[in-house]
Design a protein. Sequence first.
Length: 284
Amino acid sequence: MIKDLLSKSKTTISFEVFPPKKDDDFQSVFTTLDALAKLNPDFMSCTYGAGGSKSKKTVEIASYIQNKLHIDAVAHMTCVGFKKEDLETNCENLKKEGINHVLALRGDRPSYMSDEQFNGREFFYATDMVKYLRENTSLQIAGACYPEKHYESESVQSDLAHLKEKIDAGVSFLVSQMFFDNDYFYRFLEKASDVGISVPVCAGIMPITSAKQIGTSVTLSGSSVPKALADIIANYGDNPEDMRKAGIDYAVRQILDLKEHGVDGIHIYTMNRIKTMTEIMGQI
């Protein structure tokens, strides 16, 4: 079980991958997985499209990771993407493939989803899904956490209170949202401990290898951009190769510092980029 792996003294290194957006590109993901597996991650998680549009492919990818590559797989699932009936079907599919871990998320509202569909969802928060999974399956459940607090939360303390509820509902380990200043993560760990949160926590690291990432995934995550990273973008943003190298160096320095502090795990958002991940893993 991943929670046992995370409880050991060694800092684990894990990867997040995603199904390609275009069906025609789907087979290429297995070549990517083969290459990433050679970097020896401790486990790998797989996302799916907005509203669960790639949920079947997520199961297929997770099965390949678990059964072909023999690496523990974590399948993402969101409240936005599943009704109870869909969730039960998905869990049965996971069980058939021998997949024991899921990451339960609230999920963002897809642009195509109507107000009626969004407000009529059966699981409003990740905690609701965690409770259902805990009561109806034998899956090991991971949850998300936000070192800088969730952007919708009123305060850090209220965010931590909701996180504690989610853990008490059945979450066995946490994966953090991306952050770019390790001090935020260390402060989060201290505050989480103060409210009785003791499950292992994986630090979420996103290598920023192009300037446009700041305007997409980073903006959506609500993560702040420290001056050191902003300076890299200002200096190298117009030169793709220099920006890529500087972004990798920044991520490597983050990871090495986290390892020196003995964090439970580091979860790298790979963006399915083999070259970038090979260079990072060669330096940590």
